[in-house]
Design a binder for this molecule. Structure first.
Ligand code: MRU
Length: 337
C-alpha cells in the first residue's frame, strides 16, 4: 500500500511527492513549522492528506511546547494552528482537521498536560485511520457507477498520495479495477505541477492499472472519439449547493464531458464538504508561484519576464456534475448533504 503520511518514532514521516516519480524518499518532521513548510511546498498535497499532516503538526506543537499550564499550551497550539492554516487556502480539509484537533485540546482543560498531548496525537491517528476507511467506502460506492470495460478519465492526483491512503477518485478506479471493470484510465498530465503524470501515472504503474497519459489539451479529442465512458475527479472544497473546487482544468473537463454526454463524477470524503458556503463563488482560490507556469520541472519554457496568472484550482458548477460520491453514498442533484 502507498503510504504518504505516517507516524513513526515520535515524528511525522512524509513521502516527498516533489521527488516522484524520480525517487521514493521519505522525510521526517519533528517540528510543526517544518510540517507547514512541507504543505506549502507540496511535499504533501491533496486535500485529505494535508488535513492529516496538519493534525499531526498540531500534535507535534503540543509535544514541543514548554508550557507548564493548560492556557500556555493552548496558546502554543493556537500559534501552530494559525501557522498551519496559512499554508494553503482552498482545501477545506485542512481547516476541518485543524478545528477537530483544537476542539480536542479545548475539551481537555481538566486533564494533566501529558494526557492532553496524548489525546492530540490520538486524534491525528484517528483522522488518518478514518480517511482510509472513508476512501474504501467511497471506492465501493463509486465502483457501482462504473460500467464494464470502462475507459475512465481523471485529472490531477486524487489517489493514495493525496489522502491517508487508497485515494478518492483513484480509490473509485482502484475498486472498479479490482472488480475487473476498468479497460483504461486516461491520465491528464495536469499542468503546471504535473500531478497527473508524476503521481497518478506512478500510482497506476505501481498497481498495474492500465492507463495512458495524455496532455491536458488532448482530453477533448479523446472524448470526441468516443473513448471516454466517464470522468472522475477529486475535490478540494464542495459548497453546500454542490459547486466543487478542484485542480485547475477540472472545470474545462466538466464542460467537455457535458458537451460529449459523458458522466462527470466527483469523489470526496464528507470532510471536503463546506456546508457554511452556499455556493462555489465564496471558495478561496490559491494562486501559486508564477515560476510554476514558466517552466516544466527545472527547465524554463517561457521568458522570465512574462507575467503569469497561476490559479491552482477552479470551481465546477454543480449543474455540470452528474453525482458526488462520498463515504456516505452517492449524492445526486439537487445536492442535500
Ligand atoms: O495542488 P494539489 O496537488 O494539492 O491539488 C490536489 C487536487 O486538486 C486534488 O484533486 C484534490 O485535493 C483531491 S485529493 C483526494
Amino acid at each position: 500500500m502507498i503510504t504518504p503520511v505516517r507516524w513513526a518514532d515520535d515524528a511525522l514521516v512524509l513521502l516527498d511527492q516533489t521527488r516522484l516519480p524520480v525517487e521514493e524518499v521519505e522525510r521526517r518532521y519533528a517540528r510543526w513549522e517544518d510540517v507547514a513548510d512541507a504543505i506549502r511546498t507540496l511535499v504533501v498535497r491533496g486535500a485529505p492528506a494535508i488535513g492529516v499532516a496538519a493534525a499531526y503538526g498540531v500534535a507535534l506543537a503540543a509535544r514541543a511546547s514548554r508550557a507548564t499550564t493548560f492556557d500556555g499550551l493552548l496558546a502554543d497550539l493556537e500559534t501552530a494552528g494559525k501557522g498551519l492554516a496559512a499554508t494553503r487556502p482552498t482545501a477545506v480539509n485542512l481547516f476541518w482537521a485543524l478545528e477537530r484537533v483544537q476542539r480536542v485540546a479545548r475539551a481537555a482543560r481538566a486533564l494533566p498536560l501529558p494526557e492532553v498531548r496524548a489525546r492530540l496525537l490520538a486524534e491525528a491517528h484517528a483522522i488518518r485511520a478514518e480517511d482510509i476507511a472513508a476512501n474504501r467506502a467511497m471506492g465501493a460506492h463509486g465502483a457501482a457507477l462504473v460500467p464494464p470495460a470502462a475507459r475512465i478519465l481523471t485529472h490531477c492526483n486524487a489517489g493514495a498520495l493525496a489522502t491517508a491512503g487508497y485515494g478518492t477518485a483513484l480509490g473509485v478506479v482502484r475498486a472498479a479495477h479490482a472488480a475487473g471493470r476498468v479497460a483504461l484510465v486516461w491520465v491528464d498530465e495536469t499542468r503546471p505541477v504535473m500531478q497527473g503524470s508524476r503521481l497518478t501515472a506512478w500510482e497506476c504503474v505501481r498497481e498495474g492499472i492500465p492507463h495512458r497519459l495524455i496532455a491536458d489539451a488532448a482530453a477533448a479529442s479523446v472524448m470526441a472519439r468516443g473513448q471516454v465512458d466517464l470522468v472522475v475527479t477529486g475535490a478540494d472544497r464542495i459548497a453546500a449547493n454542490g459547486d466543487t473546487a478542484n485542480k485547475i482544468g477540472t472545470y474545462s473537463l466538466a464542460v467537455l464531458a457535458r458537451h460529449h454526454d459523458v458522466p462527470f463524477y466527483v469523489a470526496a470524503p464528507c470532510s471536503t464538504i463546506d456546508p457554511a458556503l452556499p455556493s462555489g463563488a465564496a471558495i478561496p482560490i490559491e494562486e501559486r508561484d508564477p515560476a510554476e507556469v514558466r517552466r516544466v520541472g527545472a527547465a524554463p519554457t517561457a521568458p522570465a519576464e512574462s507575467p503569469v496568472y497561476n490559479p491552482a484550482f477552479d470551481v465546477t458548477p454543480a449543474a455540470l456534475i452528474t453525482a458526488i460520491v462520498t463515504e456516505r453514498g452517492v449524492f445526486r442533484p439537487p445536492y442535500r448533504f
